[in-house]
Ligand binder design. Sequence first.
Ligand code: HEC
Ligand code: HEC
Length: 174
Amino acid sequence: MINTKTLIMGSLLGMMIATGCAVSQSYNEEELGLRKVDLYSEKSVVSEPTSYSTVSAGESKVIQRSFENAPPMIPHDVEGMMEISKESNACTGCHMPEVAEAVKATPIPKSHFFDMRTQKVLTEMSQARYNCTACHAPQSANEPLVKNEFKPEYRKANGAQRSNLLDTLNDGVK
Ligand code: HEC
Ligand code: HEC
């Protein structure tokens, strides 16, 4: 006859076997994550060097927009242009609509001449847009560690090359 004690022991053994099987594949800490080194030390972590475009403005190839109305990445060399100060901003020197065409640069769009708070069109570029590199960044040529499966859907045929945020700002809201 099976008594209660044997029954409990038996079911406990069963549970141990079952859970044991589920975790039979184990990983040590050096195999976890994407960096594959000791998680408790930064000493052996070597990040891939950045490799920004060295092609000068006017000769680079624009990068496709990541999604509709994404701020475009800077495709050209920005050496010497990143010191944006009150007195000098190299970016506006080429990208202001009145000069952009002459240097074949994409003109600063309408949305940058608009006050988002008061919803008013400005006669000058919004001060909130002055520091271009707060939103526009150069891209380093590195292989991504994880493949990006995201597929953008552009509602306009040229959505991968141009933006129109101000025209679509309230889409779905009003
Ligand atoms: C000497 C002129 C010049 C200067 C200065 C300049 N750019 Fe450009 N920029 C261009 C041109 C021309 C292009 C188009 C690509 C090309 O021909 O290299 C471009 C492309 C871009 C693009 C991509 C636009 C698109 O349609 O995808 C961005 C974003 C950009 N520049 C931002 C900046 C920022 C931010 C600065 C300042 C840090 C800057 N640029 C300084 C001339 C310039
Ligand atoms: C607060 C973030 C922000 C700042 C600051 C900013 N931009 Fe943009 N920019 C964007 C976004 C978002 C877009 C795309 C959507 C749109 O049309 O506004 C864009 C679009 C652009 C485009 C593409 C226009 C087109 O027709 O496709 C250019 C060129 C550009 N910006 C240049 C600049 C320059 C030059 C500066 C600095 C003087 C600047 N931006 C400052 C966010 C910013």
